[in-house]
Design a binder for this molecule. Structure first.
Ligand code: ZN
Length: 395
């Protein structure tokens, strides 16, 4: 079965070889033919081939489906009260994760899966077609493996985050917990995960310092997992340097960076093969977190000027940022981090795909997955120009 999508007023392909030659590869008055789940043809609507069925978008814009490369969707309960306290002056420390841990452990598999599915549906309704999902609210061997089994039912981008925080019961036995994560827990979790991640944050008593981070990531890499890092969120710690050194696919947050960190991310970016990203480290920015914790935003311009490849993601989680909206993230990136609308869209689509080392998503071209997001607007510019308006949906 082939399906023709025509009447596309503006098409963002992320393929500089077509259209206006910009990184977004813009085509006006375009059409796409989809066969099964793949793109079979892209070009001008006036030269489109016929297909078995068709949809006319009557001038709407189409962009690649958003690639949300960082989320924590396997959890129960919410922390609206903690959010309210923060908005009346309490700082964010990561300590509330233990609240979610207790609620998650108390929930059944069916409850957790239904909740994940509802959040993924919420994301799709806002244009996200790929989502990475981490564990990290189980924090013991059985519960972490359970979270990953549940995540694997809705995405292939599953991340083992046993090293999210040290659970409260083991706070005075940190060494023992690190040993558990890098040993028995990893062994139980590796079959369900593609990725491993660590919350590297020496300024927090809950998260992991440089040595602990290295221990966990090294063990995970030896077990065949690819790496990601939560780094430099609350302070300029060693997360970025460890991520680049261990060839993590992405270091996420990047809020507090030294000049050496920026230089490392810049040279990591220039080493990335955007067509076939098998090695190299993306800088993933999560401005929803700064918005929701009322914190200073990362400096996207400093990273871009250094040559870093920047991705944008939601970090959807019940504590520091409970939004599933990539359009909101794009609007924040433009308004608060100085990114242009074009840069922000690229980072929320192809940037995310590269952060997941994928070459089949994030672009609209022949052979790629037919992950299309339609906007109730004539141009992608409306994503940032009309913040908070529900314009985007996965087709
Ligand atoms: Zn996170």
């Amino acid at each position: 079965m082939s399906h023709l999508v025509t009447g596309i007023g503006q098409l963002v392909t992320n393929d500089p070889a077509v259209g206006d030659g910009s990184p977004l590869g813009l085509l006006e008055h375009a059409a796409i033919v989809v066969e099964d789940d793949r793109i079979a043809w892209v070009g001008s609507a006036s030269t489109a081939p016929s297909a078995d069925t068709s949809t006319d978008l009557t001038g709407r814009a189409v962009v690649p489906g958003f690639v949300d490369s960082h989320s924590h969707l396997v959890f129960a309960g919410d922390r609206a009260g903690e959010f309210a306290a923060r908005m009346t002056g309490e700082p964010y420390t990561g300590g509330g994760i233990a609240t979610t841990m207790a609620a998650t452990r108390a929930a059944s598999d069916e409850e957790l899966l239904a909740h994940v599915r509802s959040l993924v549906a919420e994301m799709r309704a806002q244009g996200t077609t790929t989502v990475e999902i981490k564990s990290g609210y189980g924090l013991d061997v059985e519960e972490e493996a359970r979270a990953l089994r549940i995540a694997a039912q809705v995405t292939s981008e599953v991340t083992f985050l046993g090293a999210h925080v040290v659970p409260p019961a083991m706070r005075d036995r940190r060494d023992e917990y690190v040993k558990l994560v890098a040993g028995e827990m990893l062994e139980a979790c590796a079959p369900y995960a593609r990725w491993a991640d660590v919350f590297c944050e020496p300024a927090s008593t809950y998260a992991f310092d440089g040595d602990e981070t290295r221990t966990v990531l090294t063990a995970c890499a030896a077990a065949g997992l690819e790496l990601r890092v939560h780094g430099n969120q609350l302070s300029a710690g060693p997360g970025v340097q460890i991520a680049v050194e261990l060839d993590a696919a992405s270091v996420d947050h990047c809020t507090h960076l030294t000049d050496a960190d920026v230089a490392a991310l810049g040279s990591a970016g220039s080493r990335l093969d955007l067509e076939n990203p098998a090695t190299g480290t993306v800088s993933t920015l999560l401005p929803g977190v700064e918005f929701s914790t009322r914190s200073p935003y990362p400096d996207a311009r400093r990273l871009l000027a250094a040559g870093a490849v920047v991705a944008l993601a939601s970090d959807c989680n019940p504590g520091s940022c409970f939004t599933s909206s990539m359009p909101l993230v794009i609007a924040l990136a433009v308004r608060e981090m100085g990114m242009s609308p074009a840069e922000a869209l690229w980072s929320a689509t192809l940037g995310g795909a590269i952060a997941l080392r994928r070459n089949d998503i994030g672009r609209i071209r022949v052979g790629a997955r037919a992950d299309l997001t339609v906007l109730d607007a004539p141009s992608y510019l409306h994503l940032a120009y009309r913040p908070g308006v529900p314009l985007a949906r996965a087709l």
